[in-house]
Design a protein around this ligand. Structure first.
Ligand SMILES: NC(=O)c1ccc[n+]([C@@H]2O[C@H](COP(=O)([O-])OP(=O)(O)OC[C@H]3O[C@@H](n4cnc5c(N)ncnc54)[C@H](O)[C@@H]3O)[C@@H](O)[C@H]2O)c1
Length: 290
């Protein structure tokens, strides 16, 4: 597959060729504590929000990071930031809902960084027209499922063999608090997709536990990222979500990245199959704090 990409002129050809010339960065990232030294990580949806902050943090902590996004401009700018800070990263364009592209993503990481240790299946979408069961169209349902649920499945389908070749590793699948609690703003396709991510993550964790592969679901609360800003697009909708947050504020993508770092690093060596909440207390709240 990789050979055929290299033999034809395409955007990905450019990416892979220039990728192979950039894997020898020798400088040390600025400011990290080396928690991911020697590790190779893939971060999907790495161009923005949670994926962006996680790519920056993983690289700062010593990982070689393959930043993957459907939006090349965003992803490449994150790689530039990582390199400017002395880290080692490259960008690969992929739509996580497309099997051939996800397979290539894994091939590129292994071929250029030599192995895979950490797979962060994080790319996700929330479509503004996603609503209640009556109003939501099949098109919205299918698109959401393809990216949010099938995208995670495909990452695992092609990523687990790579982790096994490496003797194990850590998979982190981004779910959401709405997989655990009923959402007050209707978003039926999104909620169902994230419920699927949780259930799939548990099964993967059990099936691969003895193979030294840990699989955890990261469940963020509501965050100030483009994804939620687009969906909660009126003050009423924003406040409807905000009243459930004991801390009285939305989370930051960088706060979720720190959860991802824990799950990716050996600090979580006895953690698998969890619904790892980073939600400002939302799921613990019976009533909203004043
Ligand atoms: N923002 C929130 O409040 C919130 C809450 C809970 C869970 N999450 C989940 O966290 C994850 C990240 O969300 P975010 O808020 O950082 O979103 P974001 O919109 O800020 O960033 C998502 C990134 O994924 C990329 N992307 C979208 N579709 C893709 C595809 N098919 N293939 C590859 N890349 C694709 C986008 O280009 C973008 O760079 C998602 O899975 C989301 O569902 C977000």
């Amino acid at each position: 597959m990789l050979k055929s990409i290299l033999s034809k002129p395409s955007t990905q050809q450019y990416i892979i060729r220039s990728f192979s010339t950039t894997t020898t960065v020798k400088s040390t990232p600025v400011g990290g504590s080396g928690r991911l030294n020697g590790k190779v990580a893939i971060v999907t949806g790495g161009g923005d929000g949670v994926g962006k902050e996680t790519s920056l943090l993983f690289a700062k902590e010593g990982a070689k990071v393959l930043v993957v996004d459907i939006d090349a401009a965003k992803g490449k700018s994150i790689v530039t930031q990582i390199k400017d800070n002395g880290g080692n990263a490259y960008f690969f364009t992929a739509d996580v809902s497309k099997a051939n592209q996800v397979k290539e993503m894994i091939d590129v990481a292994e071929k250029n960084f030599g192995k895979l240790d950490i797979l962060f299946n994080n790319a996700g979408i929330m479509i503004s027209e996603d609503d209640d069961a009556i109003s939501t169209t099949e098109e919205v349902w299918e698109k959401t499922m393809n990216v949010n649920l099938k995208g995670v499945f495909l990452g695992c389908k092609f990523g687990i063999p790579a982790l096994l070749r490496n003797g194990g590793g850590s998979i982190i699948n981004t779910a959401s608090f709405v997989a655990l609690m009923g959402a007050a703003t209707p978003q039926i396709a999104y909620t169902a997709s994230k419920g699927g991510v949780l259930a799939m993550t548990r099964e993967l964790a059990i099936i691969h536990a003895k193979q030294n592969i840990r699989v955890n679901a990261l469940c963020p609360g509501p965050l100030r990222t483009e994804l939620l800003d687009k969906f909660l697009n009126t003050p009423e909708k924003r406040n409807r979500r905000l009243v459930h947050l004991p801390m009285g504020r939305f989370g930051q993508a960088s706060e979720i990245a720190k959860g991802a770092l824990f799950l990716a690093s050996d600090d979580s060596s006895y953690v698998t199959g969890t619904d790892f909440l980073v939600d400002g207390g939302l799921c613990a709240a019976y009533v909203t704090a004043e």
